[in-house]
Design a protein around this ligand. Structure first.
Ligand code: ANZ
Ligand code: ZN
Length: 828
């Protein structure tokens, strides 16, 4: 341990010393301890792309500050780190550089780990994991086979992007303007068998449990609820003339049933297929539509196109017939792939009816006269009172829903149904760099899960990417095997898992990282749920939903006891430069490596946490970084100039007003920073408060420079303040504080020092500061005794010289005193 005698701040030396201490003492190794409250803090693990960017740095800093703070609060903290190591970029890099994806990935991991270490994150590195390691993905494979046994996974045909030139499946991001990114060929939609996990079986629970997540941003909960998209409606059937099969439709507006003037089916609907068989025009239309993949977001605005199939549907109540159209706005994957069209009350149906000259019937009128309704202009989509609906006339929405549903149910023509927008999770990828799906296809037994004893199915890593497509699809030594059930020759699945699989349970594996005999052990219930999770808002839906789903699956497998994985969620803002998101493609990045070299990690940490609240975007500023560096240099001088010998106890009752002021500032800062770090999570305001305290210390030192009898007390009070500065800053600039803590005379490391409780006595102020306003505008300040009487306050305020400039020649109408805060003089 060195005591810095020099007043020069040398970040590299300071950082090396602190890191050396933490490493050799295993300061951040987390050990389960049932006598202590645990705190599990996790920031989303990175994809090992090659090097850290500022977004990572910020994300991990937020986690690190929270972790270090919670540790000082006496919590048993777990903060792990790992690598989301499978994925497409490794394959692209392999093709460009002729290195195997595994080699590329592992060398990136080594480089990025070193970068993280430089930044001084308090990780328990003994728990590091990489998802591309068989020790990790074997449990994912095992878990999948468990889900298979429970019927929670199934195989079905699903569409993929097919590149006819490269003869390969493309990921969505490999399709550029409808063409293959390498070949430039027009991409086809092809159906191939793929594996799905039944997330829809958990749709209701995933929705209901959002209510438990009161530590999540409301915005994220809403996004998840919308994604799950629960709706209550009625499924009813229309008979089709000349066909034995009834046409089933799903509607959330059964109250509009009497306004149906046509029925529309999706291009993939069996009725459309049947119509296409006898009409080449319809066949062309259906064919055309099958090439277009419509994002749901575009559904509302795209042009509505359709054709009459010639079929006639029979209205279930009136028995009248209505035409059946095939239409591009009907999705095959939702409800039953068919809709009862009510152009009077649905805008989409309205536009379609206008375009194709179909009837528009009004069956709902506004409930109040204030609401306008003009069907010549647009559909009336509000709920209201039924008209032109025979026996249902006069009912409101709820009454009509119940009565019409009952009417249909009694006649076997329909019933209430709950629908979710959420689809089952397709986990098959036709890529190489992923966890092999542990299934063997046997011509007599079908799909057979790989038995537990034969796991893991190891992905061969010694492969070359000379041409397109996954290498394991061309490796008989990989896929040729025998059926575990009947022993006949069989083939392994050569698809790999969606990488969302790995990121759905890594947070749990950290707790049981070294377990060789299972996925998780009892340590999982000690640490879980994660107390604080931190990541980008871009993961608000899929990653977080899949992780919540996996948590429930693991619970139902008996692996963990809790229902939800993440108690509190912080979604971090973007890092911007010149107003736009920092990104390689825009060429506006700053390199963490360069900054650390130039300023040291603590300056980078300080600037990043100071520049903005964590959930808002952070605008990069070189002068801001420079400012942070300057603050640390100056503080270093203050600390090293302070004589820490012979510090005496503080004799509170004998203190002068100035001494009391500084102690008040010290202890109120301690309180404020704890609140900012803990409850509010506004690290920027915490830093600002410490900076204010530093200024107060400087001012106090300037004012009390003369050595006198009070000097020992002065120095002790300054000493106390400096200690608080280091303690409160230590989560932000830990190396800096580690070294200076010893300078203040401590043997024990600051990392082992608990967060001090604020001194109640010091927080009681007899001197307070009030602001003086004239007509609500700030014009001066008053330092007065706490119990100063109202009359005296008024007089003091009126006597203030600056205030007099604004009251001169005017009449004082009223003086308002808000005790402890302000005096407002109203003049005219
Ligand atoms: C008649 C109707 C009248 C409808 C009306 C709405 C307003 P959510 O709430 O999202 O569940 N729909 C049903 N299946 C569809 C499909 N496969 N493709 C496109 N649209 C479909 O939406 C349910 C509503 O979406 C249903 O209620 C149906 O249109 C339409 F004044 O039925 B409605
Ligand atoms: Zn078999």
């Amino acid at each position: 341990m060195s005591t810095p005698s020099e007043s020069q701040y040398q970040p590299q030396q300071v950082e090396a010393e602190a890191q050396q201490y933490w490493d050799s003492n295993e300061s951040f190794k987390a050990v389960e301890d049932s006598n202590k409250d645990k705190f599990y803090c996790l920031a989303m693990f990175p994809y090992p792309s090659g090097h850290l960017h500022m977004g990572h740095v910020r994300n991990y800093l937020i986690g690190d500050v929270i972790s270090r703070f919670q540790r000082m609060q006496g919590k048993n903290v777990l903060q792990p780190m790992g690598w989301d190591a499978f994925g497409l970029p490794a394959e692209n890099a392999a093709m460009q550089r002729k290195t195997a994806p595994a080699t590329w990935t592992w060398s990136n991991i080594d480089y990025m780990r070193a970068q993280l270490k430089q930044l001084g994150y308090a990780y328990d590195w003994s728990r590091e994991l990489a998802t591309c390691h068989p020790d990790y993905y074997r449990w994912e494979q095992w878990f999948f086979t468990r889900l298979f046994e429970k019927g929670l996974v199934y195989k079905k045909e699903a569409e993929v992007n097919w590149d006819p030139v490269d003869q390969t499946v493309l990921a969505n991001e490999q399709v550029v303007d409808g063409r293959g990114w390498r070949s430039g060929a027009l991409v086809e939609r092809r159906k191939i068998p793929q594996w799905f996990i039944r997330i829809t079986a958990y749709a209701q629970e995933l929705l209901d449990d959002l209510d438990k997540l009161d530590g999540w941003p409301e915005e994220v909960r809403t996004m998840q609820a919308n994604w799950i998209g629960r709706s209550e409606g009625v499924e009813l059937s229309f008979a089709v003339e000349g066909s034995d099969e009834a046409l089933s439709v799903y509607t959330t507006r059964p109250d509009t049933l009497m306004g149906v003037t046509y029925v529309a089916v999706a291009p993939q609907h069996p009725l459309a297929t049947q119509a296409a068989a006898s009409s080449s025009a319809i066949a062309d239309f259906v064919e055309q539509q099958s090439h277009i993949k419509v994002a749901e977001a575009d559904m509302a605005t795209m042009e509505k196109l359709g054709m009459d199939t010639g079929f006639k549907a029979v209205h279930p109540v009136t028995g009248d017939t209505v035409p059946v159209y095939v239409a591009n706005f009907v999705l095959m994957a939702y409800g039953s792939g068919a809709v009862m069209a009510v152009p009077g009350h649905d805008q989409r149906d309205y536009e379609f009816a206008r375009k194709y000259g179909l009837d528009i019937r009004q069956v709902v009128k506004p409930a109040s006269d204030d609401v306008s309704c003009d069907l010549d202009e647009k559909a009336f989509t509000d709920k209201g009172i039924l008209i032109n609906s025979g026996e249902f006339d006069g009912l409101n929405f709820e009454q009509a829903f119940a009565r019409i549903e009952a009417w249909l149910r009694e006649r076997g023509k329909g019933e209430k149904k709950i629908n979710y927008r959420l689809r089952d999770w397709g986990v098959s990828r036709q890529r190489y760099w992923g966890a092999p799906i542990p299934i063997i296809n046997c011509s007599s037994c079908g799909a057979v899960p790989v038995p537990e004893n034969d796991l893991p199915v190891i992905l061969p890593e010694d492969v070359s990417f000379t041409d397109s497509g996954s290498p394991i699809k061309k490796m008989p030594e990989f896929y040729q095997t025998t059926c575990p059930t009947c022993g006949a020759d069989a083939e392994r699945e050569t698809d790999t898992f969606d990488t969302f699989m790995e990121s759905s349970w890594y947070y749990a594996r950290y707790t049981s990282h070294d377990l060789k005999t299972g996925m998780l052990d009892q340590r999982a219930d000690y640490w879980l749920p994660v107390d604080q999770y931190i990541g980008g808002i871009e993961h608000a839906i899929l990653h977080l939903l899949y992780a919540r789903f996996f948590h429930k699956l693991m619970r139902d497998e008996g692996l963990i006891g809790s229902d939800e994985p993440f108690k509190r969620l912080l979604t971090q803002g973007m890092v911007l430069k010149d107003g736009t998101k920092m990104s390689k493609s825009k060429g506006n990045t700053v390199e963490p490596a360069t900054l650390i070299e130039q300023y040291g990690a603590d300056t980078v940490r300080l600037f990043t946490m100071f520049a903005a609240p964590p959930n808002q975007s952070l605008e990069w500023s070189d002068s801001g970084v420079e400012g942070s560096a300057r603050f640390l240099r100056k503080l270093w001088r203050t600390m090293t100039a302070h004589d820490a010998s012979g510090i005496v106890g503080i004799d509170a009752p004998s203190l002068s007003a100035e001494q009391k002021q500084l102690r008040f500032k010290t202890h109120s800062t301690l309180q404020k920073v704890a609140d900012d770090f803990g409850r509010r999570q506004t690290f920027n305001t915490a830093i600002a408060a410490v900076m204010e305290l530093v200024n107060t210390i400087h001012k106090f030192q300037d004012d009390t420079a003369t050595p006198d009898a009070a000097n020992a007390q002065d120095r002790s009070i300054v000493h106390e303040a400096l200690e608080v500065v280091l303690l409160t800053l230590s989560p932000i600039v830990p190396h800096f504080c580690h070294v200076l803590w010893h300078h203040l005379g401590h043997q024990q490391a600051i990392i082992d020092h608990p967060w001090p409780a604020a001194d109640k006595g010091a927080l009681e102020q007899d001197q307070i500061q009030l602001v003086i306003q004239v007509n609500g505008k700030l014009r001066g300040k008053l330092d007065v005794a706490k119990d100063t009487e109202q009359k005296t306050l008024e007089a003091l305020a009126l006597a203030d010289l600056n205030v007099q400039k604004f009251t001169e020649g005017k009449t004082v109408r009223k003086i308002i005193v808000v005790p402890g805060k302000l005096v407002n003089i109203v003049v005219s």
